[in-house]
Design a binder for this molecule. Structure first.
Ligand code: F6P
Length: 359
């Protein structure tokens, strides 16, 4: 290897810059060149190409300690629609995209691409890479923590701390006003973030997409707490759960997910509770990465470069049972995403703490 590209794709999260740093540092240490591709694959597909040659000095101050991604990203709903320089959009066919991507890779002379992304991005970018004949290594990131084959994805630990911190704050105001604080947490179709944050933030209810619940179950829990003299409570709701009637598509400000907490605020108010709702939103994707994410991102970046140095390509790095390892891209794509195991440890802990997590 002499020259590699690196890009971030999909929703941002904390720890991406630390991962970019790790790849750049360990690649340059080997005498390689690293090209940072801007705005996910757009940097190779749109014209002019958008990239820059990366250097150690870029990290002097202060990117690696910040959330977001210094390379930019996209998580466009339609992967065939692209922005144009005059502020409009253009639609490219799959063939056109791959052709442009291939030309971009060739123009920069890239021998491999390090792709930092979630399961959706890994799927799309791997198709481009395969069609363009360029090798790739994936690094999983997502606050949803549902990336395949890894116990941890970059961004999850920081998001979990952000939510736990928010729960601590909502606990004091909820306690002062004797209120039920309903808190809606991101995660798409996965409940890892809601469940683990609920445990960390000492919540009373945690509803997640993987476990069916009843409204009566929530109500009973809150009534039991009142009967025991507790006058306030924290109800954590994953954005991806269905309403008890089975409605699963809530949309706020054009987002596919988001809005289910309103249902509970409304219904619990009608049942006589003093309730306030909070949708934490994109604040969960930001903030200085916690040490766990910095170490994970650094380890993933180093491992990705080691794989390339050994000519092991089309692999995705992973964290399994406390160790950094890798799985094949094919396997990762086959697994898709990994939801909360309803019989797993976190659900067991939550139940034994008396948290209502469904039936
Ligand atoms: O997948 C990460 C995530 O933050 C989800 O938890 C959330 O539903 C979604 O992205 C939000 O996407 P957007 O930034 O497009 O609103």
């Amino acid at each position: 290897m002499k020259r590699i590209g690196i890009l971030t794709s999909g929703g941002d999260c904390s720890g991406l810059n630390a991962a970019i740093r790790a790849v750049v540092f360990s690649a340059i240490e080997r005498g390689w060149e690293v090209y940072g591709i801007h705005n996910a694959t757009n940097g190779l597909i749109l014209r002019p190409l958008a990239y820059h040659k990366m250097s150690l000095s870029e990290f002097e101050f202060p990117f690696a300690t910040l959330g977001g991604t210094m390379l930019g990203t996209t998580n466009q709903g339609n992967p065939n629609v692209f922005p144009t320089s005059d502020g409009k959009t253009e639609k490219l066919t799959d063939e056109e995209i791959v052709e442009r991507f291939k030309e971009g890779v060739e123009e920069l002379g890239l021998e491999a691409l390090v792709v930092i992304g979630g399961d959706g991005s890994m799927n799309i970018v791997s198709r481009y890479c395969q069609a363009a004949g360029v090798a790739m290594v994936g690094i999983p990131k997502t606050i949803d923590n549902d990336a395949p084959g890894t116990d941890l994805a970059i961004g999850f630990a920081t998001a979990r701390s952000v939510v736990a911190d928010a729960l601590d704050k909502l606990n004091t105001t909820g306690g002062s006003h004797h209120r039920v604080m309903v808190v809606e947490v991101m995660g798409r179709g996965a409940g890892h973030l809601a469940l683990e944050s609920a445990i960390a933030g000492f919540a009373d209810v945690a509803l997640i997409p993987e476990i069916p619940y009843t409204y009566e179950g929530v109500l009973n829990k809150l009534k039991q707490m009142n009967a025991k003299g507790c006058t306030h409570s924290l109800v954590v709701i994953a954005e991806g759960i269905k309403s008890p009637e089975g409605k699963n598509s809530f949309s706020v400000n054009g987002r596919t997910f988001g809005g289910i907490s309103e249902y509970f605020v409304d219904r619990l108010s009608k049942d006589g509770f003093n309730v306030r709702g909070n949708v934490l939103g994109h604040i969960q994707r930001s903030g200085t990465p916690v040490a766990v994410d910095r170490i994970l991102a650094s380890s993933f970046g180093v491992h990705a470069v080691e794989l390339l140095a050994q000519n092991k390509t089309n692999r995705v790095v992973a964290h399994q049972n406390g160790k950094i390892t890798d799985i094949s891209l094919e396997e990762a794509l086959k697994i898709g995403n990994s939801p909360v195991d309803p019989n797993g440890e976190m659900v067991h802990v939550a139940r034994n703490l008396g948290i209502y997590v469904g039936e």
